[in-house]
Design a protein around this ligand. Sequence first.
Ligand SMILES: [Fe+2]
Length: 165
Amino acid sequence: MSKELDPIRELREDHKKVKDYLLELIDALNKKDAQRSLEILVLLDKLGGPHFRFEEETLYPTLKKFFGEEYYQYLLKAHDRVIAAAKKIAEILGKGAIAEDEAKMLVSVIRSEILPHPIECEGLTLLTDRLSKEELRIIAKNIELSRNENVPLLEWAETIRDKKV
Ligand SMILES: [Fe+2]
């Protein structure tokens, strides 16, 4: 199975799904549909855990030789912001209902803290044609491992992830 997995295609597919979920979440929040919003948040949490994990465990460290330490740290901070935003959304949606001002605030948080991630992270694929077959193989293996372990984003952030938000 690992021989077949194309890490760049997987990365792009994840970003595409995340973008669709985020746009759907914005739509559900605008309609103040707390139940649907929570369902989408759970999907994002499930997808985001393995995704952030392989990015931080192999993809970003492997690409660091191209963009350097400062941009690497910037990427980790961008993940911090997504995690903090997801916690905020979970906290509000966990109440089971959503007020008008809360919905507006969460839409703004998604647009400024979360949506920029798939947009920007997708751009990193520009660099991946410079990676060796061996480097791509290691990333592919890590994608598989992260998906098999299947730890959702907020749980991963509080347990496995070294850097705490
Ligand atoms: Fe990403």
